[in-house]
Design a protein around this ligand. Structure first.
Ligand code: HEC
Ligand code: HEC
Length: 345
């Protein structure tokens, strides 16, 4: 129906209806997609002065200089929540805005979400604490702490204008396929010496800004050893690490200008995860649903394949086998849950 609308008042009403329809479409359309590549990052300078802006600023500071505010070397012992001297932005690059480096832009629009690690719906706060306890090898922040509020307020600020339920292109990492072979740690050591050691150190311990104990963090962060992420971190999973490293390292790499081949990224990541690091206790309770445990989560229980294969691959056969066994694994998880449930009265 292409009836021309000539009466000005009618035209106004029609226009308003169109605008409303368009707004409803963005607000409610679950298929809407936001692309982070090339998208402008919200600027804190545009916020009016006041408590909201102060908290966004603090959240950004906390992310960039985590070690100086809640690190293991800060003067106030009560604020020593992180267990290492990394910063959130050691991994969430460019103040957590870089596409395909696990950016936080849009996180407020995609949480609460189901997470396999907990087999439950997880909030933004719980996700922040997931990284606090693993990537930062530390303790959970209290939900009512100024620090937790600052993180979630900064995340919400970055997520401005991303509609709830939208698909965010550039979120997480690039979902590249892993080579179908066991990773080669020796080949990884060669890649490491040629392309990583110059910054992260021959011994993987990085370079501190100042001296140990000064809470000033790193110019180049460590990749393993006592001041690194722990065994429960996402970065300690070979495929996750390979996806991050391939599209973000050496420093300056972006998803559309990579410097490592798939094989190099896979092998150098294997070298990294083969090294010692702090051990997270009670990992067996992660991914209680079992059937959706990522195949590169290299901690027991192993219901399919060997410990070595979960750590170093090859992953495609494991993924296939796990898929075939989905129904069996779901039944097992249900039985485990029933066994743990308190007796009914
Ligand atoms: C050692 C690397 C590393 C550090 C340091 C780190 N994270 Fe993460 N973070 C990750 C990885 C890897 C993921 C993605 C895991 C996944 O996809 O399940 C992630 C995911 C997240 C997410 C969810 C992102 C999304 O798209 O769903 C949030 C929020 C987050 N981290 C917050 C933090 C905060 C806050 C800090 C600092 C206190 C921090 N992280 C430090 C590696 C890190
Ligand atoms: C030019 C210096 C430089 C080179 C070379 C480099 N990195 Fe990095 N890397 C950094 C910096 C700096 C960060 C922190 C993130 C940032 O500032 O953007 C980082 C962060 C990381 C992280 C996440 C943080 C952590 O401590 O775990 C990993 C993993 C990593 N690099 C692996 C590698 C690997 C593997 C290579 C070699 C293929 C490599 N990097 C080469 C400078 C470098």
């Amino acid at each position: 129906m292409n009836t021309p609308i000539s009466h000005p008042a009618k035209r106004g009403v029609a226009l308003a209806a169109l605008v409303l329809a368009a707004q409803l479409a963005t607000a409610a359309d679950p298929t809407s997609t936001v692309t982070l590549v090339g998208r402008a990052v919200p600027d804190i300078a545009n916020l009016p002065a006041g408590p909201q802006r102060d908290l966004v600023e603090y959240g950004k500071q906390l992310s960039e200089r985590t070690f100086a505010h809640i690190g293991p070397e800060v003067a106030n012992q009560k604020l020593r929540y992180a267990g290492n001297n990394l910063a959130c932005v050691s991994c969430h690059e460019a103040s957590a805005t870089k596409p395909f480096a696990m950016p936080w832009v849009g996180v407020s629009a995609t949480f609460p979400q189901y997470r396999g690690r907990e087999d439950d719906i997880s909030t933004v706060e719980e996700r922040v604490n997931g990284c606090m306890e693993r990537s930062m090898n530390g303790k959970a922040l209290p939900l009512d702490s100024r620090e937790m509020k600052a993180f979630t307020t900064y995340i919400a600020f970055l997520s401005k204008d991303v509609p709830i339920g939208a698909t965010v292109q550039g979120a997480g990492t690039v979902q590249s396929k892993m080579p179908n072979r066991r990773a080669d740690v020796t080949a990884g050591a060669t890649v490491y010496a040629a392309k990583c050691a110059v910054c992260h150190g021959v011994d993987g311990q990085g370079t501190r800004v100042g001296k140990a104990g000064d809470a000033q963090g790193y110019t180049f962060p460590p990749l393993w050893g006592p001041d690194s992420f722990n065994t429960g971190a996402g970065m300690n999973r070979l495929a996750m690490a390979a996806r991050f490293i391939k599209h973000n390292m050496p420093l300056g790499t972006s998803h559309d200008a990579t410097q490592l081949s798939d094989d190099e990224a896979y092998d150098v990541s294997a070298l990294m995860v083969s090294k010692p690091r702090p051990v997270k206790a009670n990992l067996e309770v992660d991914f209680p649903a079992r059937w959706n445990k990522p195949v590169d989560a290299a901690f027991p229980p192993y219901l399919v394949g060997t410990a070595d294969q979960h750590k170093f691959g090859p992953f495609p056969p494991l993924a296939d086998k796990q898929k075939q066994m989905t129904e069996q694994l779901k039944a097992l998880a249900a039985a485990e849950r029933a066994a743990k449930a308190p007796p009914s009265r």
